[in-house]
Design a protein around this ligand. Structure first.
Ligand code: R5P
Length: 260
């Protein structure tokens, strides 16, 4: 692997633990101003110092994150649909590699929709992105998006993650599920998990804990952090789960202490 690519991937993962807490605030690219992300700078500013990396679109990066930040950027470069569309899988590439270079992105992120009507297009988009990004030593994170009718099990996520890795993604983001270890063992690149819809904090901590125990290299979490009533406390707790490996009881105790 070339030096630049390796260096960018290493920036995303903590040197001591080899894991990452990626703060995801890219939801607006198809969901608009969702709860907790109405004013992105207000959401990001208090949390950024606790994140190992930040996932967002160029529009929010340019307007809502100060350029004196040293945080590794994972730039969302796929889109073209909105929550009003019947078929969310109809995504294309929205941001060029040259723009990713200008924005000093460590990685670019794109969704693949395995099993959906635009499966082929999104997989070919991933292949094109890997070819272009590797020319500049930029890493690619593939997001395994799930359609409404998809079964969210290890067989399905194992399929989607493995295809993403086969096409050349350097990191894969997926969802935690039963028998998650099977998804991990059959994917030769690091997996991070999305948090999904807002859960009670204890459940979100359990999700992160279980994923780490089963081999995830971190989380790429958004709503379960910024939609919490106590986002900084939630973020710090997730960080302790990911990097210190604290258990659920300790995590809940820490969160309750930090809330105060
Ligand atoms: C989807 O909107 C994005 O890819 C999010 O970055 C991803 O779903 C992670 O965010 P959350 O933890 O809120 O699911």
């Amino acid at each position: 692997m070339d030096w630049g690519l390796s260096n960018r991937i290493n920036r995303i993962f903590n040197k001591e633990t080899g894991r990452t807490v990626m703060l995801a605030v890219d939801h607006g690219y198809f969901l608009g101003p969702i709860s907790g992300l109405e004013v992105p700078s207000k959401t990001v500013t208090p949390l950024i110092e606790y994140a190992d990396s930040l996932m967002l679109t160029r529009g929010i990066l340019r307007t809502s994150v100060k350029p004196d930040n040293n945080i590794p950027i994972v730039l969302r470069v796929s889109g073209g649909t909105s929550i009003l569309d019947e078929d969310l899988s109809n995504e294309g590439i929205t941001t060029s590699i040259k723009e990713a270079v200008r924005l000093n992105a460590s990685a670019v992120a794109l969704s693949i929709f395995v099993g959906a009507s635009n499966e082929k297009e999104t997989l070919l988009n991933l292949a094109k992105l890997v070819d272009e990004a590797e020319e500049y030593g930029i890493a690619v994170l593939a997001v395994t998006a799930v359609g409404k009718n998809m079964v969210r099990d290890a067989r399905y996520f194992g399929l989607a993650c493995r295809i993403a890795a086969e096409i050349g993604a350097h990191i894969v983001k997926t969802y935690y599920c039963e028998e998650f270890e099977k998804v991990i063992e059959s994917c030769p690149v690091p997996i991070v998990i999305a948090g999904g819809k807002k859960l009670p904090e204890e459940e979100a901590f359990k999700l992160a804990y279980n994923a780490i125990q089963k081999g995830a290299k971190g989380v790429d979490m958004g709503r379960n952090i910024f939609q919490s009533e106590y986002p900084v406390a939630a973020m710090k707790t997730i960080k302790a789960i990911v990097h210190k490996g604290i258990g659920l009881e300790e995590a809940c105790a820490l969160f309750n202490k930090l809330k105060k």
